[in-house]
Design a protein around this ligand. Structure first.
Ligand SMILES: *Cc1c(COP(=O)(O)O)cnc(C)c1O
Length: 448
């Protein structure tokens, strides 16, 4: 595979950008990332003309794939040519807000911002302002963007910053707990419940695994937070408008948080974030309330138009049926392959999310037929139940080096672009086809 152009571009990039990239994870591709020239449906073409089936999809935003359907493309161009932004309100942001309020159970009011990080920063500040408390409970292995309160490692006994540049005193307000572990979170509330402003979690850990919640876990978080006067924040930056369709993961699991953060899909491929929730809480944001929040680009007309037309297109077409159906085909196909190739590995994901985790142990391969067929659901009756990852730590114990350093390159050599490491989810889009799924499964079969 010729990669001369990507190599030369990376050489130039290293001279002028830290690590040669503008977002840390992009440099995980070794020896150097390939530079993309253009997208095409479910594919990308790199700077040297190599074509890949793209299961990264911008790391989540591109629900419709790389070719924006006509109404989305037209709305983007219309709004871009009109200004493109003003620093005053526009109709399209009201329309997108109304759309989200209509479809997502927890959202009565919403504030749009410019990234998922900004959304979770705002949600944490809002929860602290509303409750008058400081502590935030998060999940080990959860990801909430590049923000001070959540770039934290450790456990309930002690947390420290996971990045240079964050004061230890900030980390003292963050309490990391293992996902799917009711006992630990109950103990944390018994000890410090009156200090806890919020529990913030992805409903499905999608940046570290993918880890599905065990039955009753999200309900447990809902009950505990309500009992102690803390807020429950679902970070739906990935799951929003992917898992559970237009109702998001909260409608799938039937658990309604107080606040929800959005990003990725809700901007239709343009920079976006949002925090929504109960009117009484979101109404605490400035200028309605005392919690300051503002942004020059917030509610940008081009982004709002792209998001609105993307979601309308999904509402009026078979988008979720298509992506979830291909997701099932991928997960079922992988489960099938593993039976004789690598019975210790775990297929994870739901709806249009999928991933193969290189777990080190599995059940008797003969029990294959009784396993969760379309991605791990943490079913206690599944023969894999004792082996499938339930926490971030379980995922970390998998063969992440083999995944990233050997397997990823084998797939790339076969024209399949998977997410850059053994942790992050892969995404099906409306631009993908059954032929893409078949080619991808054939590549897995060879590479495993
Ligand atoms: C991507 C992501 C973020 C951060 O969003 P950015 O737009 O990259 O700042 C936050 N939370 C979750 C769950 C994410 O997946």
């Amino acid at each position: 595979m010729n990669e001369e152009h990507s190599k030369a571009l990376y050489d130039r990039a290293l001279s002028v950008m830290p690590g040669g990239v503008n977002s840390a994870v992009r440099a995980a591709i070794e020896p150097y990332p390939f530079f993309i020239a253009k997208g095409d449906g479910g594919h990308v073409v790199d700077a040297d003309g190599n074509r890949y089936i793209d299961w990264v999809m911008g790391l989540g935003p591109l629900l419709l794939g790389h070719d924006l359907p006509e109404p989305v493309a037209a709305a983007v161009q219309r709004h871009a040519s009109r200004g493109p932004m003003y620093g005053t309100p526009t109709e399209v942001e009201v329309e997108l807000a109304e759309f989200v309020v209509r479809h997502v159970p927890s959202v009565e009011k919403i504030r749009f911002v410019n990234s998922g990080t900004e959304a979770t920063v705002s949600a944490v500040r809002l929860a602290r302002g509303y409750t008058g408390r400081n502590a935030i409970v998060i999940m080990q292995g959860g990801y909430h963007g590049a923000q001070e309160s959540t770039l934290v490692e450790g456990d309930a006994q002690g947390a420290h910053p996971s990045s240079a540049g964050i004061p230890q005193s900030f980390a003292e307000h963050t309490i990391p707990v293992p996902f799917n572990d009711e006992e630990t979170v109950r103990a944390v509330f018994e000890e410090r419940g009156e200090e806890i402003a919020a529990v913030m979690t992805e409903p499905v850990l999608a940046n570290y695994g993918i880890v599905h919640p065990e039955e009753g876990y999200l309900e447990c978080l809902r009950e505990l937070t309500a009992e102690y006067g803390s807020l429950l924040i679902f970070d739906e930056v990935i799951t929003g408008f992917r898992v559970g369709g237009l109702g998001c993961a909260q409608s799938r699991f039937g658990v309604t948080p107080d606040l929800t953060t959005f990003g990725k899909v809700i901007g239709g491929g343009f920079p976006v974030g949002a925090v929504g929730g109960r009117a009484e809480i979101v109404g605490e944001l400035a200028p309605a309330g005392p919690v300051f929040q503002a942004g020059t680009f917030s509610g940008h007309p081009v982004t709002m138009a792209a998001g609105l037309e993307t979601l309308r297109f999904a509402a009026e077409n078979d988008v979720y049926d298509h992506v979830n159906d291909l997701g099932d085909q991928l997960r079922e196909g992988l489960t099938e392959l593993l039976a004789d190739r690598a019975p210790e590995y775990t297929v994870v994901g739901t709806d249009s999310l999928f991933k193969l985790i290189f777990t080190r142990e599995g059940p008797d391969p003969k029990s294959h037929e009784e396993q969760c067929v379309s991605g791990c659901r943490q079913e206690s009756t599944c023969p894999r139940y004792d082996h499938c990852p339930k926490t971030g730590a379980d995922v970390r114990r998998s063969e992440t080096d083999r995944w990233r350093r050997l397997f990823w390159g084998e797939m790339k050599a076969r024209g399949i672009f998977l997410s850059q490491n053994g942790f992050e989810s892969q995404f099906v889009s409306y631009g993908h086809t059954e032929a893409d799924v078949e080619r991808t499964l054939a590549a897995y079969e060879e590479a495993l």
